[in-house]
Write a protein that binds this ligand. Structure first.
Ligand code: AMP
Length: 395
């Protein structure tokens, strides 16, 4: 059974909640994007509204096991307090005397934020003593930190050896939609992949090929497939050590009888620069001094036609260099189309999330995953250490 916070009565309980408050800060330690804090609010509210005591744990930045003032979670207290509309206490350490003292002062419905977990090197090492020290602060463990669920750290996995673990709302939503696309997608199921490198996503592609009806590949990674087929790709991005692997994937798609389409035309230019002259050309005959930087009009039409037929769509990775105009066009058209589809639309992983947000379509798709690496590992079919804990029998 996959346990969630809906399965438990929190009244009077000390609840350790692992969230991802790894927010971007400016030089004055002001939060420049509070999305990650806002995403965890429903879970925290649910716990305190049900009279639990919320003890919040997170990491921030990469302090590498030492106390580094600029990575103190103190910078998050005021914003968290505003969003919860109640005071938030701060403990200057996440274990030991300071943490114990802060927790012992708490009443039902109170909130305490613990200092950065990664000020202790034992956190990322999943040290059992450290896990136990964290666990000793609470009665129940709740996790909403999907973004770190692929890491077996003390606060994401080890702690569940001692405390019963429950998924928060955000974690539950991530697992629900990503599992749905992998295990019971409504068909046709179309996956659309892009981004820079085949090597980052080859295992995802291999796993998805077994599940999808159609796989569309755009972005920089398409050129490794073209080169593998002997096409002229000019200066386009290519991983020469992955050509054999690319051919194998093409063969696998054929053997499985899956539709596997990649770019047939591209927007090419001599460099990545705003306003540079571009041309739409066939993607198997790109001149030596040019590179493919976005999908071309024929590919946009072909991909769009496939997407319009879909009942489930999974999108990972931009179609081109979406950070630089005019190479954002293919990504924008796909994002806008996804927003209009009558289908379950799931967008996963780092840059595709940035792209769909940039295109203003994030709230028009079914689910936007908050995890980069975690989302990719989930889609590879791996069991994630920070997720399997919700199904482990409670000791
Ligand atoms: P990823 O993190 O693998 O999803 O890759 C995202 C990056 O891929 C973005 O920074 C894009 O600019 C880049 N990208 C997408 N298409 C291309 C392309 N045709 N050539 C070079 N870079 C690309």
């Amino acid at each position: 059974m996959f346990r969630t916070i809906k399965d438990i009565d929190f009244a009077g309980k000390k609840v350790l909640i692992r969230v991802d408050f790894n927010v971007p800060l400016d030089a004055d330690l002001k939060i420049t994007d509070d999305t990650r804090i806002r995403m965890a609010i429903p879970t925290i509210k649910h716990i305190i509204d049900n009279k639990g005591r919320a003890i919040i744990m997170s990491h921030l930045g990469r302090p590498k096991g030492e106390r580094v003032d600029k990575y103190s979670l103190k910078s998050v207290v005021a914003r968290l307090s505003e969003l919860l509309d109640k005071p938030v206490a701060f403990a200057e350490d996440c274990i030991g005397e300071k943490a114990n003292a802060a927790v012992s002062k708490m009443k039902d419905g109170d909130v305490t934020l613990l200092e950065n977990l990664r000020f202790h090197k034992e956190e990322e090492k999943n040290n059992p003593e450290f896990s136990k020290a964290l666990a000793s602060l609470g009665d129940i463990f709740v996790s909403d930190a999907f973004g770190t669920a692929h890491r077996a750290h003390a606060s994401t996995a080890g702690i569940a050896d001692t405390l019963p673990a429950y998924a928060g709302f955000l974690m539950e939503k991530e697992v629900k939609y990503l599992s749905k696309v992998l295990t019971s997608p409504e068909r046709p199921f179309v996956a659309i992949m892009g981004g820079a490198k085949v090597s980052d996503k080859i295992t995802v592609i291999e796993n998805l090929l077994e599940k999808v009806d159609t796989l569309l590949v755009g972005g920089g990674m398409a050129y490794t497939f073209h080169k593998a087929l002997g096409h002229k790709i000019g200066n386009s991005l290519c991983e020469n050590d992955k050509l054999d692997l690319a051919l194998k994937v093409i063969e696998k798609a054929k053997a499985l009888g899956k539709k596997f389409l990649f770019t047939q035309d591209v927007i090419a230019a001599s460099e990545i620069k705003e306003g540079i002259a571009t041309e739409a050309i066939a993607s198997d005959n790109i001149p030596d001094d040019k590179m493919g930087l976005d999908i071309g009009p024929k590919t946009i039409k072909e991909f769009s036609d496939e997407l319009k037929k879909a009942k489930t769509v999974l999108w990972n990775g931009p179609m081109g260099v979406f950070e630089v105009k005019p190479f954002d066009n293919g990504t924008r058209v796909i994002a806008e189309l996804l927003a209009t589809l009558d289908a379950t639309t799931v967008v996963g992983g780092g840059d595709s999330v940035a792209a769909i947000e940039q295109m203003g379509a994030a709230d028009k798709v079914t689910h936007v995953s908050t995890g980069g690496g975690a989302c990719l590992e989930f889609l590879e079919g791996k069991t994630l250490p920070g997720i399997e804990i919700f199904s482990k029998p409670i000791k």
